[in-house]
Design a binder for this molecule. Structure first.
Ligand SMILES: N[C@@H](CCC(=O)N[C@@H](CS)C(=O)NCC(=O)O)C(=O)O
Length: 228
């Protein structure tokens, strides 16, 4: 395929794009100012991305090059299109690994428990049985038993993020970059499938998320989802 294409997880509707990892790359491409198209993909369409060697999205196609995995795609984009870096030094890259790990292990863990049944409700019909059986096997219980709407764990775990965002407008400093896209991707995952209000407007994290929703002509805000 000529040009850049990004495979993104979609729900029942083609334009409900709710993967936290795909959102990272969507924003990274906007950050770079690169033209790209997005291709809706469902969990059960493994064969459509088989050439990547991965069973997960995001998958990026750039001409004949195919790259899976959000971190690898970010590295590929910085190596191939060095203008407007996502990670502007080896030290920034090394430190961003911690933010990525925190996002996946802590933040996405808290959010998954809050929104897991909302995710299921927005899936394409063909993905429902796969999602339920794969996640219930991993969780060792049903989605309904695992789901817990208490906001306390999330709000507590947001402490370090909140503390950083009081000191600076973005995690990456004066302007957003890869660390912001990783964390924002998690919030965007929730926003695209769940009406739950996760944050209070007085929270510096809410205010940062507003800045992120406004970035790139409001790309995140325009996405199909909920206003909370
Ligand atoms: N380490 C990968 C994780 C990607 C990932 O987990 N993607 C999910 C969607 S959010 C997926 O495609 N899952 C496929 C499946 O569960 O079968 C990355 O950073 O890109």
């Amino acid at each position: 395929m000529a040009g850049i294409a990004l495979y993104e997880l979609a729900g029942a509707e083609d334009d409900r794009r709710f993967s936290p990892f795909c959102w990272r790359i969507h924003l990274a491409l906007l950050h770079k100012g690169l033209a790209f198209e997005t291709i809706p993909w469902r969990f059960t369409e493994k064969e459509r991305i088989a050439v990547s060697g991965s069973e997960k999205v995001p998958v990026l196609e750039d001409g004949a090059t195919v790259v899976p995995d959000s971190w690898a795609i970010a590295e590929y984009l910085d190596a191939t299109y060095p203008d407007r870096p996502l990670l502007d030094s080896p030290m920034a890259k090394a430190e961003a690994r911690f933010i990525g790990a925190w996002t996946e292990r802590v933040l996405q863990g808290d959010l998954f428990r809050l929104i897991v049944t909302d995710i299921e409700a927005h899936l394409h019909e063909k993905d429902r049985a796969y999602f339920r059986s794969s996640r219930e096997a991993r969780l060792g219980t049903t989605l309904e038993v695992f789901c817990n709407r208490s906001l306390e764990p999330l709000r507590g775990d947001l402490g370090p993020l909140r503390h950083s965002l009081i000191a600076q407008p973005f995690l990456s400093g004066a302007a957003p970059a890869w660390a912001d896209y990783m964390v924002f991707g998690a919030f965007q995952w929730a926003r695209c499938v769940s009406p739950l209000q996760l944050l209070e407007p007085s929270d510096p994290v809410w205010q940062w998320r507003e800045r992120m929703l406004d970035a790139f002509d409001g790309a995140g805000r325009a996405a199909k989802g909920y206003a909370a």
